[in-house]
Design a protein around this ligand. Sequence first.
Ligand SMILES: Nc1nc2c(ncn2[C@@H]2O[C@H](COP(=O)(O)OP(=O)(O)OP(=O)(O)O)[C@@H](O)[C@H]2O)c(=O)[nH]1
Ligand SMILES: [Mg+2]
Length: 497
Amino acid sequence: MQTLSDPIIAVSTAPGRAAIGIVRLSGKNLERFAQILLGKKLIARQAQFIALKDSSQDLIDEVLALYFQAPQSYTGEDVLELQGHGGQQVLQRIIKRCLEVSSQLNPVEHQQRDSSAVTVLPHLRLANPGEFTQRAYLNNKIDLIKAESIMDLIDASTELAAKSASRSLSGVFSKELDRLLQQVTRARVMIEAQIDFPEEEIEELQAREVEKTRHDIQEIIEQTKKILSKARQGALLKEGLKTVIVGQPNVGKSSLMNQLCEQDVSIVTDIAGTTRDLVQQSLQIEGIPIHLIDTAGINANVSLHNDVVEMLGIERAWKEMGQAQLILFVHDLTRIQETSYRNAEIGLDQKIKKHIGANSLIVHIWNKSDLSDQNAEVEPLKTLVKEWGGHQQAPLLISTKTGAGLAMLRSNILQGLGWDLNLGEDLFMARQRHLLSLQDLVDHLNSALLQATTKNKNFDLIAEEMRLAQNALSQVTGEFSSDDLLGEIFSNFCIGK
Ligand SMILES: Nc1nc2c(ncn2[C@@H]2O[C@H](COP(=O)(O)OP(=O)(O)OP(=O)(O)O)[C@@H](O)[C@H]2O)c(=O)[nH]1
Ligand SMILES: [Mg+2]
């Protein structure tokens, strides 16, 4: 059976042809193993040039060996890095040789470094995805946030994402959370002290203490909210935003898709009902990944003319809308005077609102502004925007033909998301799980505050809320995390990391 105390080995560089490739090993007491494998005693942190040979003394590769002694290593265990040439066959032969040497090692060779006891170590095995980083976490070299940011840094597809991930890795996010944790702990201690004091003795003192605690909790809530808003932007950077373009047939959805992507990804014709299937493409606005989906035009009368393909397309459009964070609802400016068109718009708007998630956002866009007298249109649209609600202050008029209004649309999308461009340099990478725990923290703090404000205060209840608040916070850094969560996080890493 595999355990986390087995020594492990993996190729840590990407597959393919490259100048160098690195094989990495981690485990307890690797020193003797390294000496037998390489025929040389290694000095910690000193690169040594070695001709690595197989059991018949044929050369496998000339490697640079680097040895890191526990606990001063990436994993907190002994780590051996063998830098060979970057061909897959060479690296696999190095691994094969290491496994062979390990399987032949006599248990006596595994004598503990710091005691005379002889322990039989399990044989070297291939590492699971993320297992090096998992060990770094288990050996307290890094917290969970840093472990996650290592993966985010590797995966970062934009400069801003990479910058944010390195800020998380450098500990900016962890430090902010540590500070919060200290504040929560301090407030918790104060409240627990109240439980132990007999009421009659210290009534006046207690009143003062409660006031101070209330003030402290309020401050922690404010702090958490600030961190949450930065974390939200960080999460957006990582996960991107699922955006669906919807509207009646022929309003210009596919034309908008192509304009935003700056590519001809979707077919455009003047025939209503051109788009049937979903067309998907990812793009970036100010470094934020947007996963854009063009859908079939929603035709209220489709069942009347019994077009099966169109019906299936519309079904898919509704399904995507249900999962989207942002809906770009496109309208045709040239048709807003038509009663049947307007009624269909109003019906569609109501249906969309019922269908989408509570936190999803709708942006209304009036297209084909090049064909209409805009000044005449804006006033009635203002009323409509007000009626339809949402964050939009003014009607957004665009022309996918001339490109007019598209810059405005882009900034409208960012504004609607609450994106603060000024936070650019101040961001750290975050994930949905961080947001959920931080929101949990705010909820428990609010409950504690509510209890502390009521007349007949129940200090046990306040203390319990503060305990739950502390737990929520510890879950983010991984101090209290379930094995399932850890398994999920590390299994998403690549092998060798
Ligand atoms: N003048 C003008 N024509 C436009 C504009 N946007 C789209 N069109 C035209 O409107 C027609 C429909 O455009 P599409 O982008 O295919 O519309 P759609 O909403 O995707 O249509 P379906 O897929 O059929 O639902 C095409 O003939 C486009 O050239 C615009 O801004 N100005
Ligand atoms: Mg279309």
